[in-house]
Write a protein that binds this ligand. Structure first.
Ligand SMILES: [Zn+2]
Length: 461
């Protein structure tokens, strides 16, 4: 059956919803009829891998830019300044352009510059300006925003769908702070977490119905994803907790630090103290990894950024990095190495351009960006993703005339091969034909014309 298109524009609208901290397997121990319905009606990836560091702002910004964290520069949830010693919380950063705008354009801006109408509803980074441009419509969460009000969740869906129907928006990102909040406060293996997953599933059911009501079913693609998973924090007396002050004297060795923030931390040593600090921490705890910035594993695509402090520490799954005293209260956390299954997250998609009942193999979240560009017919910015990873989930109904991701090198190579083949064939024909023609000509010109005409299509690639 032909897929109904937005005839006017040649592409369908796109809604991206992020449920913060939705671990890849949260639907395994809860009834989720609406998520199951989406799997049948669309695409489900077995799981996806967020970038290192598995934190909210860095990961969301990778999704919306297609760039590794070290390239887009939003390297932590907190904005900080090691000179002034100031720190700003995740929510406080949301309007701070200086934290988000590091020369990499998020898709909202790129799409706007190519004629799309875009909006961000609470999505991290949506409130900042990029190269002086703001997202056409952006709602930013207030500092006291409640995370789990189901009525508000539905109202937000109504608002966003009206943006699509009444104001002809093309691309909107919608963010919810759950199940992250419950995961932190209660832990991922709790009834409270299962309750919030049921609430999310009901909300998705509400969305499916609302899409029908708004007559958007054949015009709107929907991606549901998240930024990281969640794991249960290991505490004494079950384990020996990591407490840095057992190994270093903060006052003597450090100028500035970001610790007590889950399993990841960074330290700026006092001048001349870097080696002493490094040596003191290097083998201090069996579950603590300590790196000089320049020796940090390259495959994590994290440390090559000016904002990264000289010493990076991260802990094995479930260990919090405590600084001077143990004040940490979370039952669950993320921020650990993205190789851990507990850090993996979800990807679902449905709509007119997606296959139905399709299970995709796991992939890195960085590949969502070129997929979104493809769906919106937008020329991507330079990025670290690859459409080849994600395009299998598409029906192939997208307008081939729309801008394609830049594969110009491949295309040039293929054109060269094609030209080579054509030239070779022409040479062969010439070699075979010229003597043949000379012989034929002796027999009469009319026959010759007929031959040429029949030969023509064979060389016409
Ligand atoms: Zn998060």
């Amino acid at each position: 059956m032909p897929v109904a298109k937005n005839e006017k524009k040649g592409f369908n609208k796109l809604l991206v919803i992020s449920f913060d901290g939705f671990r890849w397997d949260y639907d395994h121990d809860v009834e989720t009829p609406n998520l199951d319905y989406i799997t049948k009606a669309g695409v489900k990836a077995k799981y996806i891998t967020p970038p290192f560091v598995t934190m909210t702002s860095p990961s969301h910004f990778t999704t919306i830019t297609g760039r590794w964290v070290e390239e887009h520069g939003v390297i932590h949830n907190m904005m900080f300044n090691p000179q002034t010693l100031k720190k700003f919380s995740f929510k406080e950063t949301q309007n701070k352009t200086e934290w988000w705008d590091n020369g990499v354009l998020p898709l909202w801006i790129t799409a706007q510059n190519q004629g799309r109408k875009t909006g961000s509803f609470h999505y991290p980074g949506g409130g900042a300006n990029y190269s002086g441009q703001s997202v056409y419509r952006s709602l930013v969460e207030s500092l006291s925003h409640p995370d789990s009000n189901e009525t508000e969740w539905r109202e937000n869906i109504d608002i966003v769908l009206k943006w699509f129907t009444e104001e002809d928006f093309d691309f909107v990102t919608l963010y919810y702070g759950e199940p992250d909040q419950v995961g932190h406060l209660k832990g991922p293996e709790t009834e409270e977490r299962r309750i919030i997953i049921r609430q999310i599933d009901r909300t998705i059911g509400y969305l499916i119905n609302a899409i029908e009501t708004h007559n958007l079913k054949d015009k709107l693609n929907v991606i549901i994803t998240s930024d990281h998973g969640m794991t249960t924090i290991k505490k004494a007396p079950n384990v020996q907790e990591i407490l840095l002050s057992k190994y270093i004297n903060f006052k003597n060795l450090t100028k500035f630090d970001i610790v007590d923030y889950g399993g990841h931390g960074m330290i700026l040593p006092k001048p001349g103290k870097e080696e002493e600090l490094y040596q003191a921490l290097k083998n201090a705890h069996p579950h603590l990894h300590v790196y000089k910035k320049e020796e940090f594993p390259v495959h994590l695509h994290y440390a090559k950024n000016d904002r990264i402090l000289p010493i990076i520490v991260y802990a094995d799954l479930g260990y919090n990095i405590n600084g001077r005293i143990i004040i940490y209260v979370n039952k669950g956390d993320h921020g650990f190495d993205n190789i851990n299954m507990d850090m993996k997250t979800i990807f679902r998609a449905f709509g007119p351009d997606f296959k139905k009942n399709y299970i995709a193999e796991p992939f890195d979240s960085i590949h969502i960006y070129p997929l979104m560009c493809k769906l919106l017919g937008v020329n991507p910015e330079p990025n670290n993703g690859s459409l080849a990873i994600t395009q299998e989930m598409l029906l192939g109904t997208l307008d081939p005339s729309q801008p394609q991701p830049d594969h110009s090198e491949e295309i040039t190579f293929m054109v060269l091969i094609a030209v080579g083949v054509v030239l070779s064939i022409l040479v062969v024909i010439f070699i075979v034909y010229v003597p043949y023609t000379i012989i034929k000509r002796k027999k009469g010109p009319n026959q010759e014309v007929e031959k040429m005409n029949r030969t023509q299509p064979e060389t016409n690639f």
